[in-house]
Design a binder for this molecule. Structure first.
Ligand code: NAD
Length: 424
């Protein structure tokens, strides 16, 4: 095990290394490696019509330094290359001091749709003049949240002038949900406020639901990579930097490219969101809605040249994730993932996640703007193709290597090689 890189270790050796490095009990780590994860019995309490559970590969990204703290990042993802790219880009970022990250207060937005109003402007004024009463009414709904320093913060009333059913009002309840993702907290508060809102406005409340465009709960990460650290193969550091900026400019200017560029960011983001038992559909919805907040869908990240010629990356996006609530504590693997990351709050978790998103973004841009992604990707992809062709575990690597060396990574070729070996 000595002198071996983490990726060169066997699964058992990786577990032993983590046990030693983190001081976490083997029982906890077992929940991350499938030996003690979610049981069908527990799953049966989580959703409906349960048959069992569905597993994904869980890898650990290395080299992450976020706000000066070392973090081991659990990533649940089926796509090859993502964990390796995140780890490698985190190593490059480390050359410039790692990731600097920050986040807003964990404030979520709940929406109420108010219909059947005689006069929208008068109803709006009435609701605005009762803000204090509304906030007071909402503040006792979740006593635990109140005790933890969370609760309602603001009421915002918006007019929707044009819609298929004509004009109506929308009331936003802004709540600090502390370390929760906050959907249940918000939805409960909205339902409880309904009679009061109807009385004040004189209207009928229809929808009461959280908004996934969590633009009051943004997390941001940046990194500054010295140009020397970017050089590799035949490419100088300056060349890599300039190509990354050119590649980013494409996503910045074109929604067709931005969708794929942001998907690359979400490769990193979702993998951590899933590993920690958080709602990745909510984070996805927030990310893409925020990417269009200027009125034109664009890149969530930004890459520029720094004062001393370094490559500077920045990412800002909504990050509605929790360290309590939802499945975060119910799913044993998610609870273990949070322990492994040693995050103390939802904000700290969100800061690590955006850092991973930024690393992933750099991985994709760097590969695309230099040697292309297929070279690195193919070696891993070939293993999946060999497995899909039915290769026994001990033959997967050899078949994959042969397909890559021949430049023919297809299931037909894997089957041919397998047959050739069987008949030898
Ligand atoms: P939750 O209701 O399970 O937990 C939140 C509760 O935990 C709070 O009300 C509070 O009483 C308690 N709590 C204990 N310690 C806390 C702390 N330190 N900080 C904050 N609260 C603390 O979960 P939730 O986060 O309100 O809801 C998340 C779930 O809602 C997810 O499973 C999500 O999938 C689901 N959901 C999402 C949507 C959506 O995204 N549109 C809609 C509905 C439901």
């Amino acid at each position: 095990m000595k002198n071996k890189k983490f990726y060169e270790l066997s699964v058992e050796e990786r577990l032993a290394w983590l046990e030693k490095e983190t001081g976490l009990a083997r029982e906890t780590l077992n929940a991350l490696c499938g030996q003690a994860g979610l049981t069908p019995e527990s799953a049966d309490h989580m959703i409906e019509n349960v048959l069992g559970t569905f597993a994904l590969p869980l890898g650990i990204a290395q080299n992450f330094l976020v706000n000066g703290r070392e973090v081991l990042v659990p990533m649940a993802i089926e796509e090859p290359s993502v964990v390796a790219a995140a780890s490698y880009m985190a190593k490059l970022a480390r050359a410039g001091g790692g990731f600097k990250a920050s986040s807003d207060a964990p404030e979520m937005i709940g929406q109420m749709q108010i219909l059947d109003l005689d006069d929208i402007s008068i109803a709006k004024i009435a609701l605005e003049s009762h803000k204090v009463e509304l906030i007071e009414a909402a503040s006792d709904i979740d006593p635990l949240l109140k005790k933890l320093g969370g609760g309602p913060r603001e009421i915002v009333v918006r007019e929707i002038q044009e819609s298929a059913i004509g004009p109506f009002l929308v009331l936003h309840l802004i709540m600090d949900v502390r370390d929760a993702m906050g959907a249940n907290t918000i939805n409960t508060a909205l339902e409880r406020l309904t009679p009061l809102v109807e009385r004040i406005s004189g209207g009928r409340v229809l929808l009461r639901i959280l908004s996934n465009l969590a633009d009051r709960r943004l997390a941001r990460a940046s990194c500054t990579i010295p140009v020397e650290a970017l050089a590799f193969g035949e490419y100088s550091g300056e060349e890599v930097r300039d190509r990354v900026i050119e590649a980013w400019s494409f996503a910045d200017a074109d929604p067709y490219r931005a969708a794929t560029h942001n998907k690359g960011i979400m490769n990193g983001v979702d993998a951590v969101v899933i590993a920690t038992g958080n709602d990745w559909r909510a984070v996805e919805a927030g990310a893409h809605a925020y990417a269009a907040h200027s009125g034109r869908y664009t890149s969530l990240s930004r890459w520029t040249k720094g004062k001393n010629g370094e490559l500077v990356g920045e990412l800002e996006m909504p990050m509605a994730v929790g360290t309590v609530g939802g499945a975060t504590r119910v799913h044993p693997s998610a609870a273990a993932a949070l322990q492994l990351m040693n995050v103390k709050s939802s904000r700290e978790l969100s800061e690590v996640i955006v850092s991973v998103g930024l690393a992933q973004n750099l991985g994709a841009l760097r590969a695309l703007a230099t040697e292309g992604i297929q070279r690195g990707h193919m070696a891993l992809h070939a293993r999946q193709v060999a497995t899909a062709a039915g290769a026994p575990t001990d033959m997967v690597s050899a078949i994959a290597e042969q397909m890559v060396s021949e430049g023919r990574v297809h299931i037909d070729r894997a089957l041919e090689i397998l047959n050739e070996w069987r008949t030898k």
